[in-house]
Design a protein around this ligand. Sequence first.
Ligand code: AKG
Ligand code: FE2
Length: 510
Amino acid sequence: ETFSAMLSIRQALGAEGRLLRLLRAYLQQESDRLSDLARFYNKVQALHQEPAASVDNPLLAFGLIKRLRSDWLNVVYSEAAGENTQELQTGFEALRQELPGPEDLDGAARALMRLQDVYALSVKGLAKGVFEPAGAHSPLYHPGQPIALSADDCFHVGKVAYDTGDYYHSIAWLEEAVDLFRLSYGSWNTEDRASLEDALDHLAFSYFMVGNVSHALSLSREFLRYDPGNLRVARNVAQYEKLLEEREVPAEPGPPRRPDSTRLQTRDAYEELCRRPGTQHPPPSLRCAYETHGSPYLLLQPAKRETVRLQPYVALYHDFVSDAEAETVKALAGPWLQRSVVASGEEQQKAEYRISKSAWLKDTADPAVAALERRIAAVTGLDVRVPYAEYLQVVNYGLGGHYEPHFDHATSRKSPLYRMKSGNRIATVMIYLSSVEAGGSTAFIYANFSVPVVKNAALFWWNLRRSGEGDGDTLHAACPVLAGDKWVANKWIHEHGQEFRRPCGLRPED
Ligand SMILES: O=C(O)CCC(=O)C(=O)O
Ligand SMILES: [Fe+2]
């Protein structure tokens, strides 16, 4: 799988580099072949410039007959073109394993639709390479140079939505595809799989499915202008006309509605927080401190704590790791990254609501990991040795990578989290191992604040109250990465082992 981690996407870039070299070799072979053909053409053409006398010479007469019996056959039935194509195709097949699979184009298209939704981006803007939310006056992300999408690109995104019956998104993207195909009508690009007709056909049906029959009709009529012999579309036109004549459908229903997700209750709050990160901090007097906990480790280099919230308690430790440590941890995890899973009943499985790859690192993997664990123990004052805590989980987000609102702690006794037999996840330490260019904040939905990615900082929060009860206020999410390569490392600390380090409270609300 490529789309679910930026590291894999970078590897795909390497694979395309090799394809480019193949295509360059092919172009060279083909242009050599064509220039040799041109040489033959020019040679024979020159003989034809001579007056009729040209066959008087027996050598020329021989030449003509030999050409017609032999040379032309070689030219016309040359296998060189086929051999060149074959070489290109063999090279491509050899690389196939490294190329994105069918699930990747779907995943990548869904990523664009997610960014469109969460950041309120218009498809028209996106297709022009502009990342400006509706109603905003400045873009969320300024690419070095704007990259526009082609008609065929937009068609593919729309088609992924269309194939799942999501006509809200298929309409937006296919509208754009139709507009762009109309502009370039008549000029054909080798790489395009779709055409104006395809886009019109899918858009018309999408409109029909959301009850906009008059739009479906005019698009289908336009289709028939390009492809008058298409019986299926002709039948659709007749059906749409009949429906409209009999006034069985409203002529112009309202715009289609965005499909409801399973997480509808928190969706608006979540998206709002993603669009406006870093809001609502406590007063500055509460906020910053150098912390040593009397630990000899921290006396040398106190932790730089910024209190983000008191309920739920969330703190951000600045400069928790160095750039070099972050690079080491990412490099150690890179080869082991696998699509991240989520708890589903008693099992773990991949899910659309968590798009990333992750790997677990033991403290024995490298001295850098051991040092990191010691620092986590010193700063939290908790026992972070296995099984009192899980191994370090390193996460790399992918295209539009996110983790929708969730709790880190188990909310059911059946959760696979209890397999460690050390209780629930009492606290989370999450280290930002990279910066991002846009998006990717950590949003606390019920607590109504979000923390933007701060490279090398560690975010700490308690998942459980002192009673051991899950703290519902910790519902949180990783907002989709709008641009950049987001890496985090999670250390999940369990209840057992912390009995004397974080004793139970006297009141349930503690
Ligand atoms: O990446 C983030 O900002 C949050 C990640 C998270 O919540 C998790 O991995 O459980
Ligand atoms: Fe989480």
